[in-house]
Design a protein around this ligand. Structure first.
Ligand code: NDP
Length: 611
């Protein structure tokens, strides 16, 4: 079959250019050209680590007073590293099986993880609150709006902590230094920067996949004499205001925001409203769909029956994983992304549609979706050059889709200017400002909305080392990429569970993944204890097989390899496993968690060495 949809064979399900109203071949060329502009050989190396004299970008600005306490030396059953939703969920699920002897070790000053750190103005979760905020039925809370803002989510994390009585078990402002497996004692030794020593039977690592801020390797970054900070460490002392905006101290300031990802999309409108002058420096535009937030209908909330959250969550996950469902309970931009594809495939009828044709239909669905996104830019942004520069030219899953109604109109303000770098990135930073195309934009403050480390060593992101059974470090063991069985256990690292994005089934709703993982880990721990086992550990064979499974090329490999660079595809390193969307179970999250449930119900701990 011809790759040009305009060349029709009589029974082709591919619509013609006339029927489509656009030429797919032309769009493909445009996407390739835009990708070409952005490809670079240094991939993740282009970024700088926030350490040494850049460590200040990593310091917690939210701590009001330092917790004073003596070092703890304790024997415990489980050490949980991380007090975000992963740590909270595993704590809740452990309590359900009667395990209460655990500690939660958290670098921040409270629970919340991502929502503790990301307090920038306008922070909001793009996933519907009724499915994103975990344990709603357990704690008896209904979110105020369809899409919750950061402060409400942070409050909810604290509510979960209170409800499950987790505060007495938490060690805040405490950074794990290292973990060492003592094979004779069959225990982990967990040491912290507070000189604590926990001897734990199990360790659950949930330090988060987007936790370590990163900075671009822009020449001169250290020369800037004005004020700077990263969005995940927002400096309200400097800007004034709070998470809802009102950044009153910026009224006489010229501000630069570098980056136009999900964080910038949400925070720039607040800076634009408050600052004397805002320059937004863009390398690649985000795709921005409608937000359409609305308050929770109290009648709807009253009508909810027990089990509603699980049902809604499962329904959402099924639609996003392409599983058959009869209804769409969430019905928003995310489900629309998938439903339009399903509709298109269905419109192909039940004729004999080849795999190649299915791929083309999917691509056409993506073109149509992105055409709408680009039309929205034209309809919103008054200046035509700015509008043109803000249009994304790639398929929807190349970069994290965003949903927002304020970012685009911000460029209609007289004090806001988009500085498009045509895919090249900021050229240089001087002591006074930011340089693009040889022009220096003088500013008082630079805000880095440049995201988080992805694809660097797990232990570098976690900021601690793990030494396994024979003293091998996890950094060494994962030198050539993660090695796990089912995403949880690694050979040589007994009783150590990973949570997050470690070779598991990916779902855009993070808490869906985390809760399924927490339930699985709690189930395995219950089983280990019921059998009076000392330890479990992945066999080398099971681990190797799993690594092969998750790294096998699939539909997504091809998709991502044609994408513009970003953290989803290891900054353009196609075929690797370093990207956020690479190296996961290719049949999707719903099937993955089903596989885990089936594995548990078989009850033979297949793939594990038991002692
Ligand atoms: P991202 O990594 O998504 O964005 C970083 C931005 O910095 C990109 O626009 C990138 O451009 C730009 N950049 C990097 N280097 C340079 C350079 N040298 N010059 C100019 N620009 C540069 O980080 P975010 O903090 O925006 O988001 C991280 C993730 O956190 C999101 O993708 C999402 O998963 C999550 N999140 C979710 C939210 C939600 O639910 N609403 C809100 C915020 C974040 P380029 O694209 O070219 O690399």
């Amino acid at each position: 079959m011809s790759s040009n949809p305009s060349v029709q064979v009589p029974s082709s399900p591919i619509p013609s250019i006339q029927e489509l109203g656009f030429d797919p071949q032309e769009l493909r060329r445009k996407y390739d050209d835009e990708r070409e502009k952005r490809l670079r050989t240094d991939a993740n190396q282009q970024y700088q680590e926030v350490s040494g004299d850049l460590e200040r970008y990593n310091v917690d600005p939210y701590i009001e007073s330092t917790i004073e306490r003596d070092p703890l030396v304790e024997d415990i059953e489980v050490a949980i590293i991380g007090g975000g939703f992963g740590g909270l969920l595993i704590s809740a699920r452990l309590q359900e099986i009667g395990v209460t002897d655990f500690r939660i070790i958290e670098k921040a000053g409270d629970f919340g993880g991502t929502w503790y750190w990301n307090r920038y103005p306008g922070a909001q979760c793009d996933i519907e609150s009724y499915v994103y905020l975990p344990l709603l039925e357990e704690v008896g809370y209904i979110p105020k709006e369809k899409y919750s803002f950061g402060p409400e989510i942070f409050e909810h994390a604290k509510r979960v902590g209170e409800f499950f009585d987790l505060y007495p078990r938490a060690c805040f402002q405490t950074q794990v230094r290292d973990l060492r497996w003592d094979d004779d004692a069959q225990r982990w030794l967990v040491r912290t920067d507070r000189d604590d020593v926990f001897r734990a039977k199990f360790v659950v690592m949930s330090s988060g996949p987007l936790n370590r801020p990163k900075l671009p390797g822009i020449p001169g970054l250290k020369d800037f004499k004005g004020h700077t900070f990263h969005t995940s460490r927002w400096d309200y002392d400097y800007t004034g205001g709070d998470g809802t905006g009102n950044l009153d101290k910026l009224s006489d300031k010229r501000v630069a925001i570098i980056g136009t990802g999900a964080t910038s999309i949400q925070s720039a409108p607040h800076v634009g409203k408050a600052a004397k002058q805002l320059y937004v420096f863009q390398r690649t535009p985000s795709s921005i769909d409608e937000r359409g937030n609305r308050p929770t209908d109290p009648e709807w909330a009253k009508s909810l029956q027990p089990g509603w959250q699980h049902e809604r969550n499962h329904n959402f996950a099924c639609i996003l994983a392409g599983e058959p469902t009869e209804e769409d309970l969430v019905n928003d931009g995310w489900t629309d992304l998938f439903k339009s594809l399903s509709k298109l495939l269905a419109s192909a009828g039940d004729s004999d549609v080849s795999m190649e044709e299915l791929g083309m239909l999917a691509e056409i669905g993506d073109f149509q979706k992105m055409n709408k996104t680009r039309a929205r830019v034209d309809a919103t942004v008054e200046d035509s050059n700015t509008a043109e520069a803000l249009k994304p030219w790639y398929r929807p899953w190349c970069k994290r889709p965003t949903f927002n109604d304020e970012f685009l109109p911000t460029f209609n303000r007289p004090n806001v200017e988009l500085i498009d770098t045509e895919g090249k990135g900021v050229e240089r930073i001087t002591d006074k400002g930011v340089v693009v195309g040889g022009v220096e934009y003088e500013v008082d403050c630079i805000i880095f909305a440049t995201g988080f480390e992805v694809g660097t060593a797990y232990t570098r992101q976690a900021e601690f080392e793990v030494f396994g059974r024979d003293g091998t470090s996890l950094t060494e063991y994962w030198d050539k990429g993660m090695r796990t069985y089912h995403g949880f256990y690694s050979h040589g690292f007994p009783n150590c569970f990973h949570m997050g994005l470690t070779q598991t089934g990916f779902a855009p709703n993070f808490t869906y993944m985390l809760d399924n993982q927490a339930q699985h880990i709690a189930g395995v721990i219950e089983d280990v204890n019921a059998r009076e086992l000392q330890s479990i550990e992945a066999t080398a064979e099971a681990e190797a097989e799993w690594v092969e499974t998750v790294n096998a090329p699939d539909m997504m490999t091809d998709y991502l390899s044609n994408c513009t660079p970003g953290y989803y595809n290891g900054e353009g390193q196609a075929g690797g496993s370093d990207g956020f969307l690479q190296g996961h179970y290719s049949d999707g999250a719903v099937k993955f968690y089903r596989l885990l449930r089936e594995w548990r119900s078989k009850g033979d701990m297949d793939g594990l060495i038991t002692k």
